[in-house]
Design a protein around this ligand. Structure first.
Ligand code: PMP
Length: 413
């Protein structure tokens, strides 16, 4: 399909009406929402699933014998099954429900790495990572005496594969890499990276926070050991997410948190932990949010990940072409493969000032360091302005962005 034909795909064009938050005015102008990489809007299907549960089915899960508890458990565990299918995990035992990517990564750092890392061992990450995929590794390295290595990126914002490979030695016990950079939109060649690491026996975690909303993810085809993602970036509620991990690894990891639901038997002498995945899910979970996340998976699958990927690719191309025509605009992040994220600078206008002027015109973008300060340091910048796309954006949104940027140039002339 040609890029412009993809933009005209009827399925995708109609999706906009599924998102009530998009249909409002901000500062007297129709909202243009270009901040989905921070958190995406939710369709009626998700809002209704959460609301129906709250109105009709609310009860605690797993423990009750009464009807409401059964219903809540079925809906909650049903969401786990949908998520398993969504990422093609071999087993529901491998799908740990968490509060999001951040918790998923911390779980691996504390439960997989902390018991096994020794002084002299290394954890390898890249310069492209979000703080969530940096700080948990710094903490566990401090706790164990291991060393954190960082693979460089080039001026386009791409990982330098040869240099990454050179850092992969037998001392590296875990490699943690993002699927897609939230700051620059770079789509990392994770299949290749994972294959290189696995050939050397290195365990690999992929931070998929910016991967799952935009492309088909099959954890078996990827070949990684852990894959982490958040519900609120894929049209689900905040405070939900997943850690997928290989069963043989999860089985040997100690629990991350203690409490109810993660046990089979407790006495003061000895506690027997529950089986997977419950061993890692202490306490009452985010039941409503996870049910909403299940509805988000249904929604994404009904639109089709392939359609979404093609639409966003074409729209990103259109956005870059239009941005390049704006006088004084500099793109930050020009990787050969990018998802629907674009960072940029306009003349010497501070990104926060630019973001405010755009908001006055109803255009919502992100400004600042995007929780990726090392990326900003790499480019010698305090921050950027970032426009990020989702399946509900269209060329009109981009045209409005460009018009708002032109206005900002006049204001700061
Ligand atoms: N990794 C990446 C690449 C992200 O974009 C984000 C969110 N901006 C996170 C991790 C953290 O996700 P959360 O805050 O939902 O835990």
């Amino acid at each position: 399909m040609s890029p412009l034909a993809a933009l005209a795909t009827a399925d995708i064009a109609g999706c906009r009406d599924d998102f009530p938050a998009l249909h409002q005015t901000i500062n007297g102008q129709a909202l243009v929402f270009l901040d989905s990489a921070a958190s995406s809007q939710q369709p009626f299907a998700v809002i209704d699933a959460v609301s129906r549960y709250q109105r009709e089915d609310h009860a605690n899960v797993h423990r009750g014998v009464h009807t409401l508890s059964h219903r809540a458990t079925e809906l909650y565990e049903g969401a786990r099954d949908k998520l398993r299918d969504f990422i093609n995990a071999p087993s529901r035992r491998e799908v740990i429900l968490t509060s999001g990517t951040t918790e998923s990564i911390n779980l691996v750092a504390q439960s997989y790495c902390r018991p096994s890392l020794q002084p002299g061992d290394q954890v390898l990450i890249t310069w492209l990572e979000h703080h969530s995929n940096i700080v948990p590794w710094q903490l566990v390295c401090e706790q164990t005496g291991a060393e954190l290595l960082v693979a460089p990126i080039n001026d386009r914002g791409e990982i330098e594969l040869d240099e990454l490979q050179a850092l992969m030695t037998e001392r590296v016990k875990l490699l943690a890499v993002g699927h897609v950079s939230n700051a620059l939109g770079t789509v990392n060649p994770v299949v290749d990276i994972i294959a290189r690491a696995k050939a050397l026996g290195i365990t690999v975690l992929v931070d998929g926070a910016q991967g799952v909303p935009h492309m088909n993810v099959d954890v078996q085809a990827l070949g990684c050991d852990f894959y982490a993602f958040s519900g609120h970036k894929m049209f689900g509620p905040t405070g939900t997410g997943v850690l997928w991990g290989r069963e043989e690894l999860l089985e040997n990891m100690p629990p991350y948190k203690g409490g109810g639901d993660m046990i089979l038997e407790v006495s003061f002498e000895k506690t027997v932990f529950n089986e997977l995945p419950y061993k890692f899910e202490a306490g009452t979970p985010n039941i409503a949010g996870t049910i909403g996340l299940g509805a988000a998976v249904d929604y994404l699958q009904s639109v089709g990940m392939q359609n979404i990927e093609e639409h966003e690719k074409a729209l990103h191309r259109y956005m870059v072409d239009q941005l390049e025509s704006v006088e004084g605009l500099r793109l930050v992040g020009t990787a050969r493969k990018q998802a629907g994220v674009q960072s940029f600078l306009l003349n010497d206008i501070h990104p926060h000032d630019l973001g405010t002027i755009l908001d006055h015109q109803g255009v919502a973008v992100r400004t600042g360091h995007h929780c990726a300060m090392p990326v900003m340091q790499r480019f010698g910048l305090p921050g950027t302005t970032r426009a990020s796309l989702a399946l509900y954006n269209n060329t009109n949104d981009i045209d409005r962005l460009i018009a708002a940027l032109d206005k900002a140039r006049e204001v700061f002339a």
